[in-house]
Design a protein around this ligand. Structure first.
Ligand SMILES: Cc1cc2nc3c(=O)[nH]c(=O)nc-3n(C[C@H](O)[C@H](O)[C@H](O)COP(=O)(O)OP(=O)(O)OC[C@H]3O[C@@H](n4cnc5c(N)ncnc54)[C@H](O)[C@@H]3O)c2cc1C
Length: 596
């Protein structure tokens, strides 16, 4: 497989800069810009899942791990395990848009998606990014054919979110090797993996990553009895005097946090992609069921209440997909703007660090949109949604964990404003001067926006207003709490929700605008999806802003702030009923998500 040319003329805004700057519609990457090569690998992954995984899902759920291993190897044969790794190590070295597409397609089987993710994302990527040349030569080719299966051991009984609180110890031996003692919890592929990325503390406090072969003496605990993902292995890992050679330290001693956190930036983005892919599948199920299920003498798809649900499923998925492809485009543009050797993972590492806020947004927005979609999928199936004869209940159980792993959604919500503010304080993101300029603007007379009849002009104005609202609330929060803002989690959650809606609404609007400008056949429906999303985002942003401001001020000060908020957020409601109906009718007619 040849290397895909990186997209050109894409926006190279820095991470979080979208909050402060306008973006041109034609400068973001969208699914409409996929190349033939992107589509080809997408079809390969889709057919693999459809023809080889879904038919054997029940066997996987019976914990046939020999089968799971064979499927990982098939993924290797098809080149799906090494999308992020250059050919020199046995990968196919494609762009991040491709990796997004592969994750989307894999998610149609959530259980195998978890197996795949723990292997291709959580084992292959840290090894490629932090491994020595000898480690990469030794392990990567075998991981990429699926001869070896990987797993990632970070969490412990007492340390999940607080990953650096791990108690697993690595004791140095006179010959330079280490003895590992401790236990990891909830490890995906734990029952059958051969190679583990394991985090342990050297000399009591130096958090360090290790490459640990099962043959060194790793023992697996029993399979966990989970709510969902029954077709993926989840076990504890037990280390009792497991001897790990000095050569198997991954990265530097005491720098395990760099491995752990950077890998999470990749993994969160890809989890968002998996959620988008899962939503596509469920929307198709809902559309087909609603067309065939008759009540009161007609298909339930005719009822407005059902149209509302299907329309909303499409709208939320559209917004998530728009922000995912935009983020992949930002990463690819940044990587291709950095001169580097094909075997050097440094630029991708730096790009994901740059877009860590966007990766957290992808994870939170993706997992929550999917939750909504899968919940409504059950509702549309009625009683059939609650029994095992239909896949809706399995999807719902499988997806719940997406809000828990790769950093819970609370932790990711704390990270979003936290990282933005840290960059602002360091001077990397001019949020503070922008908030001051906004304060001055709000003191002056209101300016009438110039008339603009272009498609989505109102929505673009609304997105502008969302950004100003975000700036206002960020500014007040920073002024009110200073360094103590980290203690004010409720306000931080509101800030995160506002930022998520700003990025989602802008990404959807830009994509629909680009589709319109490019006379895409589905442009009118894309415009519907973007307009309805912006309409509802305005309501959510206003609610979050009001609650955050009321937590920080009262009396006349609060009244002045609320007056400023009203002045900023003048968004005229649109008729989302007709928009959702159009989207639902198209989805039901197609029996599928309309924009795939
Ligand atoms: C099916 C499955 C597969 C998994 N696979 C892996 C794997 O392959 N490798 C691996 O290492 N781990 C894996 N995990 C573990 C997973 O990453 C952790 O469960 C997750 O990080 C949360 O940690 P915890 O369960 O200890 O919850 P806790 O950290 O105890 O959190 C409990 C609650 O408290 C909240 N909370 C915690 N800290 C804060 C805070 N500072 N502020 C506000 N709220 C907070 C959380 O958001 C959550 O709501 C898996 C888990 C599951 C269920």
């Amino acid at each position: 497989m040849s290397t895909t040319a990186a997209p050109t003329a894409l926006s190279t805004l820095r991470g979080g800069e979208w909050l402060l700057q306008p973006t041109a519609a034609d400068s973001i990457f969208t699914p409409e810009k996929l190349t033939d090569e992107h589509r080809l690998i997408g079809r390969t992954a889709q057919e693999f899942v459809r023809n080889e995984i879904l038919p054997v899902l029940d066997k996987l759920e019976e914990k046939d791990w020999a089968l799971a291993r064979r499927l990982v190897q098939r993924g290797g044969d098809l080149g799906l395990l090494g999308v992020d790794v250059p050919e020199a190590y046995g990968g196919v070295g494609l762009d991040k848009v491709t990796s997004l597409i592969v994750s989307e397609k894999m998610a149609v089987s959530a259980s195998f998606g978890a197996t795949f993710g723990a292997h291709a994302n959580l084992t292959v990527i840290p090894l490629f990014l932090f491994g020595s040349e000898a480690q990469k030569q030794k392990y990567l080719p075998k991981l990429l054919t699926g001869e070896l299966v990987g797993a990632y051991g970070l969490s412990e009984t007492g340390s999940g979110s607080d990953a650096l609180g791990a108690r697993t110890r690595a004791t140095r031996q006179p010959d330079g090797s280490f003895l590992l003692n401790g236990e990891k919890m909830w490890i995906t592929n734990g029952g059958f993996a051969d190679l583990f990325v394991v985090f342990a503390k050297v000399d009591g406090d130096q958090f360090t990553a290790f490459l640990v072969e099962r043959g060194f003496g790793v023992k697996s605990g029993k399979e966990e009895h989970k709510m969902g993902l029954h077709g993926s292995s989840t076990t504890a890992l037990i280390f009792q005097d497991v001897k790990v050679p000095a050569d198997n330290v991954l990265g530097e001693i005491g720098k395990g946090h760099k491995v752990a956190f950077n890998v999470l930036n990749f993994a969160r983005f890809k989890l968002g992609a998996m959620c988008g892919g899962g939503a596509h599948g469920a929307i198709a199920e809902s559309a087909k069921y609603a067309a065939s299920r008759r009540q009161f003498g007609q298909p339930i798809a005719n009822f407005g209440a059902i149209k509302h649900k299907i329309g909303e499923m499409v709208i939320r998925t559209y917004a998530v997909e728009s922000l995912l492809y935009r983020t992949a485009g930002l990463v690819d543009a940044r990587v291709s703007a950095t001169r580097h050797d094909a075997t050097d993972g440094g630029p991708a590492l730096a790009a994901f660090e740059e877009y860590a806020v966007e990766a957290s947004i992808a994870k939170v927005a993706g997992s929550e949109a999917l939750n909504y979609v899968l919940d409504e999928n059950i509702q549309i199936h009625g009683g059939n949604g609650y029994v095992r004869d239909y896949p809706a209940e399995r999807h719902f159980r499988d997806a719940r964990v997406n809000r828990i792993f790769e950093g819970t959604n609370e932790i990711n919500r704390l990270l979003i404003p936290g990282m933005l503010i840290r960059r602002a304080v360091k001077g990397d993101l001019p949020l503070i001067p922008a908030a001051k300029a906004l304060q001055d603007e709000l003191m002056g007379p209101a300016a009438m926006p110039p008339a603009d009849e272009a498609v989505l002009a109102e929505e673009r104005r609304a997105v502008d207003a969302f950004k100003k609202t975000a700036l206002m609330v960020f500014g007040v929060a920073m002024q009110t709490y200073g360094e103590k803002l980290t203690d004010e989690q409720e306000v931080l959650m509101h800030l995160a929700d506002i930022a998520i809606d700003v990025f989602s609404a802008e990404s959807a609007t830009l994509r629909a605008r680009a589709a319109s400008d490019g006379r895409n056949a589905k442009a009118a429906l894309q415009v519907d999806a973007a307009r309805a999303f912006v309409n509802d985002a305005a309501l959510r942003i206003e609610a979050s802003a009001r609650q955050a401001l009321a937590a920080m001020a009262d009396g006349d000060t609060l009244r002045t702030m609320l007056a400023a908020l009203r002045r900023l957020l003048k968004v005229t409601p649109v008729n989302t009923v007709v928009m959702r109906r159009r989207l639902a009718d198209e989805t039901v007619a197609r029996g599928a998500y309309p924009f795939a």
